[in-house]
Ligand binder design. Structure first.
Ligand code: ADP
Length: 555
């Protein structure tokens, strides 16, 4: 027997109209290229979104058309999210940090019809457009002094500037109603090997994800809070913030192109930001700025960190300042959040060191996600906190396939349709997930696997180390052996050979206290910085390539 309830489609425009009526005090706070800050309420934002939708429809953009963005975090980017999806088209957020070949590939693969570009990215365009078979038409998001020549170079594709194009359009739009399974956005994985793969989000998955995240992160994401999104709108929907803030009445804060510690501190101080969401690298530069100034920005209360593993020293440094650290795990294919690392009430009295150890775990699944662990043969293994295996997931907010990529799709799912995350993990009796490595970053030594994340975490607790990665380097006898690539707090050029040997010996002493001897790294390299991926994570692929022959050379 079927239930007898109404069925209303779950569409992203319903989130915006809810915010407009329910949360008149919430603001969208957006800093531009020139560092000026604008404030809009959701009513004003809705008017601008309607103007943009009217303009898009006048360009004959319709259901299913892909419209791309190459832009920083600001209110216009948010307007694009809502307007494009609201008319049934697909918002394709392009990551400007990807190599130009990748950008050209995804624009061509997605068959983007329009591309909205921040003027700062104009110099990239001639190269990109030359590589795309049917290049999209370009809309410039704002004017930038000195960019006339760059603009001239794309004149054949230039439709005009955003504000000029939308200014005469009506501030109302009759939003069409469509099937909730209609696509609303597409995001490509950063494609560390091979071409990026596209994940086509639906309105339904996006609204469900927003509701699931709003429930699970209610302690930091709630009405009246100001949330600074250092997660880019150009990657994985900024962890859903464009929707979750509007859903709960929080005010999203966007930093524009200015992401250095000093600029972030100034924005937070001026706008009384409560919560900051970002990957560890960018939150570390904020921490350094706070250290330098010796005070916190007013109102700052908590962070949400994810996207790559965090270290105990990172958590302790923030918590010593009174900032509560919340941890999340997710991925492009999951809309993107999968777990939340809050501490259960019955655990909150644990000693501080124990709490830090718990916070290092990626946390419990948010509502709606199912997880299983499998061994190398694909057999399910117990979730007992000891056995590690590959993590597979299933949910209404997980991709069912990759966009126009049957080969990648065939490899990504098991026989029962579960998605292979490529993460190696264990799950304890309380359902708490711990990612121990990416499958492709595991180090295979003499037939045994060594996980790099645990080694890195211990190395980072050494007072002389600012950052580090442990990667596999080829070894004649053992196949691969772990190599530490570290950024010391002192200039690496100041280390004599003897200093470096002494540091290596100290690190090994530290590691020996926690790990079996065969897992201890065989070498140490000091650098002044580690290479990052397009999403701000340490690029282990680049390090592995660079140091692949380290041990054979040393011998
Ligand atoms: P990209 O690599 O393009 O940034 P994703 O954002 O999809 O793509 O990255 C997802 C991966 O990032 C996960 O599979 C996992 O390996 C890693 N990751 C995300 N969050 C965490 C976390 N909290 N701890 C450890 N690893 C994480």
């Amino acid at each position: 027997m079927l239930g007898q309830m109404m069925h209303r489609p779950l569409c992203t425009t319903t989130i915006l109209s809810h915010a407009r009526t329910a949360f008149p005090a919430a603001r969208i706070i957006s800093r531009g290229q020139d560092k000026s800050v604008s404030h809009f309420d959701f009513g004003q934002l809705s008017g601008r979104v309607a103007q943009l939708a009217n303009w898009l429809v006048a360009q004959a953009i319709g259901v299913g058309d892909r419209v791309a963005t190459l832009a920083w975090n600001d209110h216009r980017h948010l307007e694009l999210y809502y307007a494009i999806a609201g008319i049934g088209a697909v918002c394709h957020t392009v990551n400007p940090r990807l190599p130009v070949d990748n950008i050209a590939y995804i624009i061509e693969h997605a068959e983007d019809r329009l591309l909205f570009v921040d003027p700062g990215f104009l110099p990239l365009l001639p190269d990109i457009l030359a590589k795309v078979k049917n290049p999209p038409e370009i809309v410039l998001l704002s004017e930038l002094a000195g960019s006339a020549a760059a603009r001239q170079a794309i004149a054949a594709h230039d439709l005009g500037t955003y504000e000029t194009l939308i200014q005469d359009q009506p501030e109302a739009f009759d939003w069409p109603e469509f099937d909730e399974n209609t696509a609303c956005g597409i995001c490509y994985t950063s494609g560390t090997t091979g071409n990026p793969k596209g994940v086509l989000y639906s309105h339904r998955s996006t609204v469900l994800h927003a509701m699931q995240v709003a429930i699970s992160f209610s302690s930091i994401l709630r009405e009246g809070q100001r949330v600074l999104s250092l997660v880019p709108l150009f990657h994985v929907n900024a962890w859903g913030l464009p929707y979750t803030c509007a859903l709960v009445g929080a005010s999203p804060v966007f930093a524009g192109p200015h992401l250095d510690g000093e600029s972030l501190f100034e924005l937070m101080q001026a706008e009384q930001v409560n919560s900051v969401w970002g990957v560890p690298t960018v939150l570390t530069s904020l921490l350094q700025e706070i250290d330098k100034r010796g005070c916190l920005p007013a109102g700052f209360d908590n962070i949400l960190v994810g996207g790559s593993a965090v270290s105990a020293s990172f958590i302790e440094a923030y918590e010593k300042l009174g900032i509560s650290v919340n941890h999340a795990w997710g991925m492009t294919e999951m809309n993107p959040i999968g777990t939340q690392g809050s501490i259960a009430p019955e655990m909150q009295q644990l000693p501080r060191a124990e709490l830090t150890r718990l916070k290092l775990r990626q946390g419990r699944k948010i509502f709606g996600i199912e997880m299983k662990l499998v061994d190398q043969a694909g057999q399910e293994i117990a979730q007992d906190g000891r056995q590690s295996g590959e993590l597979l997931v299933r949910s209404n907010t997980t991709a069912a396939q990759y966009f126009k990529n049957p080969q990648a799709t065939a490899e990504a799912f098991d026989a029962e349709g579960w998605f292979r995350t490529g993460d190696i993990a264990n799950i304890d009796a309380t359902g708490n997930l711990l990612i121990t490595d990416r499958a492709k970053d595991l180090i295979k030594s003499g037939g045994e696997w060594i996980s790099s994340l645990e080694l890195e975490n211990i190395i980072l607790s050494h007072a002389a180390i600012a950052d580090c990665a442990v990667v596999a380097a080829a070894h004649e006898k053992w196949d691969e052996r772990p190599l530490i690539v570290a950024v010391p707090k002192r200039n690496p050029a100041d280390y004599s050979a003897a200093d470096k040997d002494a540091l290596f010996a100290e690190l090994l002493d530290l590691l020996r206290q926690n790990l079996p001897k065969w897992q201890l790294p065989d070498g140490l390299v000091l650098l002044d910085q580690l290479p990052l991926t397009a999403t701000g994570k340490i690029s282990k692929i680049k390090l592995r390539e660079q140091f692949h022959t380290y041990f054979s050379k040393a011998e």
